[in-house]
Design a protein around this ligand. Structure first.
Ligand code: MLT
Length: 264
């Protein structure tokens, strides 16, 4: 574990390996713990960089809302601090994907390739926005634990949830390491995030789209839609995986990333 100062907060991160930098951005309400199988499983072919976003894991919390553009800028400063000047492969899962799309809008020249995992391009519907408000209110009133317990059964594939109690416990611990300020900051930022559909139409970078077949948070049809929009994209649907496909099926996920990295 290492730390670096990004703007006004201390960011915690892990780093392993050498060569092509690949930066993994976690989702909500998660942390760099999400990427443990990638940190250990891909370090032989790349320089794997895994930060905690503000208010998540062991990074300091700052007042929200956390706009996707601000999170993308935090990630850019993180790369600057580490002296990473060559183009990076950016992989974002779910909210991390929203941040990756914002990063592309702001810093495309810093990117070599893109990996979008369990994410979607659209902005929130009215119903989704109202649900963000409810979740934020609940987190403020009762702490993140209520939000975590409600989300936990849906964030993994039903099969994973029933058959892998240790993984369920790992995910619970990761989610509970999110501060209330961090969770509320995400919710308020995601609620106002822009529609990235037009961004996807402009992306010429090699792009890998990965999605769990049993994702109950973001349906796989979102991945199929993104594949149609991004000209240079490859789509892989991962069986036996829900929203946290890289944790649920680490070998399949890492193999897909490996063969993609060989090509870029
Ligand atoms: C995530 O996993 O990052 C979130 O579920 C995304 C969202 O709520 O839109």
């Amino acid at each position: 574990m290492q730390t670096t100062t990004v703007h006004n907060f201390t960011m915690t991160y892990d780093e392993q390996g050498q060569g092509q930098p690949i930066l993994f951005i976690h989702g909500y309400p998660l942390s760099r713990m999400l990427w443990e199988p990638q940190l250990t499983g891909l370090a032989d072919i790349a320089r794997v960089l895994v930060p905690d976003l503000p208010g998540h894991g062991e990074s300091q919390a700052i007042p929200g809302p956390y706009w996707m553009e601000d999170l993308a800028d935090d990630v850019k400063v993180f790369l600057d601090n580490l002296g990473v000047s060559e183009p990076v492969v950016i992989c974002g899962l779910s909210m991390g994907g929203y941040v990756a799309m914002a990063f592309y809008r702001m810093h495309a020249a810093r990117m070599r390739a893109l990996i979008l995992a369990a994410t979607r391009p659209g902005a929130d519907s009215e119903e989704a926005r109202a649900n963000r408000d409810k979740a934020a209110e609940q987190a403020r009133r009762e702490g993140v634990i209520t939000v975590v317990e409600a989300m936990l059964p849906k964030i993994l594939a039903p099969e994973t949830y029933q058959q892998q109690p240790e993984l369920v416990d790992y995910v619970r611990r990761m989610m509970l390491s999110t501060s209330t300020e961090g969770a509320v900051g995400d919710l308020m930022g995601m609620k106002e995030r822009p529609d990235s559909t037009d961004t996807l139409k402009e992306i010429l970078l090699p792009t890998l789209i990965l999605h769990g077949e049993d994702d109950q948070i973001i349906p796989p049809k979102e991945a199929e839609g993104m594949h149609r929009l991004i000209v240079n994209s490859r789509l892989e649907l991962i069986p036996g995986a829900g929203h946290l496909l890289n944790l649920e099926q680490p070998d399949k996920f890492n193999n897909a990333v490996r063969s993609f990295l060989e090509q870029v």
